[in-house]
Design a protein around this ligand. Structure first.
Ligand SMILES: [Zn+2]
Length: 348
């Protein structure tokens, strides 16, 4: 990072790995530079975090996003500083690819999975950058912004997913084809239901979206959740689920993401024509060994905590998911599972 501090000039712009570092540099976030490259932003509106085509498709203009400080902002006002080359260049190309996937309601290939992941990485980064510019408490500015500027550096790996759209990229990863975990579901169409839902877990860096008949969850965890569950909770990847069932699934994934106890060490390289992202090793935050001698990469699942998260996501009473009096666990996914699956201890 130090090498880039005095070198934000055009000579460096061609190198995507430098662009990613410039974009997360605290001084650039503070100066309200372009969220995607760290360069001077255009004087226009900036980039809509929830793209306009999506707002039109699902009539979201007056829908509001709840921020971490409990304020609500209409989607149409959710913009982050962006420069014209990023806005009309690689970002609009990402949007174009995603529109056809959302219209079809299905993810058919690794390429489409990567396209969706870049798009969701952009939205997750956008929401957090927006929160660095807003005060936690408008009546008490000394408390600072909702998300501290320095925190954006945590999104470095998330930026690599997004920035890989700028240049052909080879991923050499330990757990899955790409350095993230992602799960998708088909949503049963119900005429009286609102077709859109957006939910994030900032601590676990996960984001879930319901887009009509497609539900997707992305976790910026280098693929660790895929390592323990390649098909997600109860192996339901790609299944057809109801709106409530999708909410329970993303609650499970969000909670799991917040239990992550490890990150990765990367050695990346770049030539004028390509980028190579090499995920070298898993780096545990603590060196706790499991009984079998494996390094622990997730902290233990707690049913009580999960029941609060699932209750918030689904609107259902938390005793449905866990009843502390009887110790009984429950799920809305019962019709998709055999009875023994519900009680399976590794179903988290
Ligand atoms: Zn830019």
């Amino acid at each position: 990072m130090a090498a880039n501090e005095d070198n934000n000039g055009d000579a460096d712009r061609g190198y995507v790995l430098s662009i990613a570092e410039n974009a997360i540099a605290p001084e650039n976030i503070k100066k309200r530079c372009c969220f995607a490259c760290g360069g001077p932003p255009s004087t226009g509106q900036g980039e809509h975090v929830i793209p306009k085509w999506l707002q039109r498709k699902f009539s979201l203009h007056d829908e509001r996003l709840g921020l971490l400080n409990q304020t609500l902002i209409p989607y149409r006002h959710l913009t982050v500083p962006c420069c014209t080359p990023c806005n009309t260049g690689f970002l609009s190309e990402i949007e174009r690819k995603v529109q056809s996937i959302v219209d079809r309601g299905e993810i058919g290939s690794d390429d489409e999975q990567l396209a969706i992941a870049r798009w969701m990485a952009k939205i997750l980064i956008g929401i957090l950058v927006l929160e660095t510019a807003l005060l936690l408490d408008r009546k008490n500015p000394s408390l600072g912004s909702i998300v501290p500027v320095d925190w954006i550096q945590e999104l470095h790996h998330c930026h690599l997913i997004l920035q890989s759209a700028r240049k052909p990229t080879i991923f050499n990863c330990l757990h899955s084809p790409f350095p993230f975990s992602a799960y998708w579901y088909k949503i049963e169409y119900q005429e009286n239901e609102f077709p859109f839902d957006l939910s994030t877990n900032i601590i676990g860096q996960s984001i879930a979206m319901r887009l009509g008949c497609l539900g997707i969850v992305l976790i910026n965890d280098g693929g660790l959740q895929m390592e323990v569950g390649p098909k997600g909770p109860f192996d339901l990847l790609g299944s057809t689920v109801s709106e409530t069932q999708f909410s329970e699934l993303y609650a499970r994934i969000h909670y799991k993401s917040s239990l992550r106890d490890a990150t990765h060490f990367y050695i990346n390289s770049e030539s004028p024509t390509s980028i190579i992202i090499n995920q070298e090793t898993v780096r545990p935050y603590t060196s706790t060994l499991l009984p079998g001698g494996e390094i622990k990469i997730f902290r233990p699942w707690d049913e009580t905590t999960f029941s609060y998260i699932a209750s918030r996501a689904t609107g259902a009473d938390r005793s449905i998911f866990f009843d502390p009096a009887t110790g009984k666990r429950g799920t809305f996914l019962g019709n998709l599972l055999g009875e023994d699956m519900v009680e399976r201890s590794d179903a988290n």
